[in-house]
Design a protein around this ligand. Sequence first.
Ligand code: FE
Length: 195
Amino acid sequence: MTTDTTPIASIEQRLDAIQTVLQRHGMQPTEFIDTFDELAHEHWVPANGAGLIARAWTDPAFKQLLLTDGVTAVREAGLSMPPHHRHFVVLENTADIHNVICCTLCSCTAFTIIGLPPDWYKDLAYRSRVVREARTVLREMGLDLPAQMQIRVWDTTADTRYMVMPQRPSGTEGMTVDQLTALISKDALIGVALI
Ligand code: FE
């Protein structure tokens, strides 16, 4: 039985304990973490999602595919998602509708496409408030949407992942796909920022 005076191990002590147990079972946590770290920082980057959006802005057939069958569009673009991401739904912003995504349970994202979730995305404050007072939360994050703009909040599940398709800004008509890709941030793909 624990009491209020039971000392709590530090993060470092808990990490050491977990590593010791894994190694005792013949597992290689250091190698796994190194591999994961490389994937997270070099392959699962928001430029993947930004590139899909930029291509959709310039290629109507690809846009149609991305909006109707995201998983196939991802594969067609040479990217991948884990098998348990069974549905990839791309949400198109319009002049009247702004989309924003969250995971009320934890921190799920289409991480191979838009990157790992930012810390604020995992915070209880964002997860619990964005579904109840999206306009206020977005305003606090620097995105003050007009009152007539409808806001739709999408709650991620284990097998359905989302990405926001921002509106293409005016004045970008002559840009290449690479130039357009560079304009699109992870925050815009989540829906808490515009381009
Ligand atoms: Fe989650």
